[in-house]
Design a protein around this ligand. Sequence first.
Ligand code: TNX
Length: 501
Amino acid sequence: AVLLALSSTATLNTATAVAAPGDPPRIVPVPASLTITAGTSFSLTQSTAIVGSGFVAEYLAGVLRRSTGFPFPITTSGSGITLSLSGPATMAQEAYRLDVTAQGVTITARTQEGLLRGVQTFRQLLPPKVESPTVQAGPWTIDGVSITDQPRFAWRGVMLDVARHFFTVDEVKRFIDQAALYKVNVLHLHLADDQGWRIQIDSWPRLATYGGSTEVGGGPGGHYTKQDYAEITRYAADRFMTVVPEIDMPGHTNAALASYAELNCDGQAPPLRTDTAVGYSSLCISKEITYRFVDDVIRELAAMTPGPYLHIGGDEAHNTAKPDYMAFVKRVGETVAAHGKKLVGWQEIGQATLPTDATGQYWGSATHANSVVAQGGKLVFSPPGNAYLDMKYNQNTPLGLDWAGYIEVQKAYGWDPATVIGGVSESSIRGVEAPLWTETIANIEDAEFMTNPRLAAIAEIGWSPASTHDWQSFSTRLGAQGPRWSIRKTNYYRSTQVPWP
Ligand code: TNX
């Protein structure tokens, strides 16, 4: 076979929307290195086995059985699609190698996590109908290729605001599945805000039962029981996605203040709110019960959280005096550490004294972000003008806000975390995250419309080497995702900037 060594940027650069045989595969995020083996191919058949074990093998078998109708037995020896954990110790945690030869497919990694990332790439080597929930006719042929790949950043996140509008466990699972396709590995759940409290807390039960009883626009809202929440974290963990729960404080707390009169400085519970104002609510910084409340919530949340991070919000506390804010965040940071978790907060937490392993989520202020870094913390970048999934695509988008401008797909793709603010070294950057705030997003179809295709752009910025960044290449590869989403019945915005087939 003739080996064509191809750099991902140069070769995935074709402008035509329909792949011809021998064209490079259209993978998002683009792999660090990809070499086509011309003239070689492998086809899945009735007798192809999956050689491997564990959840990743089951996951791959689930995808392939559904659409091909083939049995795909999971075996411990033989040939077919081999999932091998024989990757060298020098391989990064999530790195994988993927080889397609005439003899079969091998995905090699050092961890199950690496194998899962390789499986997501493998799906994109197959025709879009592999994503079908029902059996389709073959052929199921894959061109010969060798891929080596690993992420640029450890945190490639998406945030779902389940406070402004509630989303069911099944809807969250669907959201997780779609994000996992693009190697997104953090699901940040915004669990409490002025309009709703969405997680059961046994020591303060009215938070969920009363504080969770409505949402923006006055709908019935809802909340996750501890069992529901365990189901979400397990489903995410199977896809090597860490759930980062956020309880926003001291602002964005009307739902809690409405649930317990004693949390208010004046002892009066305000009414539940279903409007979209921000910046009016605050926990009562001077009352000791506030800290009992915070300790109880963080203790129960930490116990429900398999991952290392707890997000305390901290944004837009416009109704909290600055000295109060600083004292409050410092104390809550200590509480999070006392319960064995690492503190995450929106950039404003940089104003307070933080634990040394804190993470600040940048959303527009270099000053605040820099003070997180100055204290030894790290940053997750969510620049609103590029990464906010709740911004309209253009003036005609029926949903969304526009305070950070319109975000067409090219704008979502057109940034680099290393240059958003000056003077932050790449080692201080934990990664990137695309937040979906849901003031205007009432159901999962609308959430998908705002998320796709922009999340794929943010995912590529987080995963792929900076040297591969190229709009022409990306837009062509992104176009190839459209048929996959259509077959999955995932809603998406058909941007005119993208050459959909
Ligand atoms: C600002 S970004 C907020 C949210 C809103 C969002 C709407 C941030 C940390 N806070 O409370 O939902 O704008 O785009």
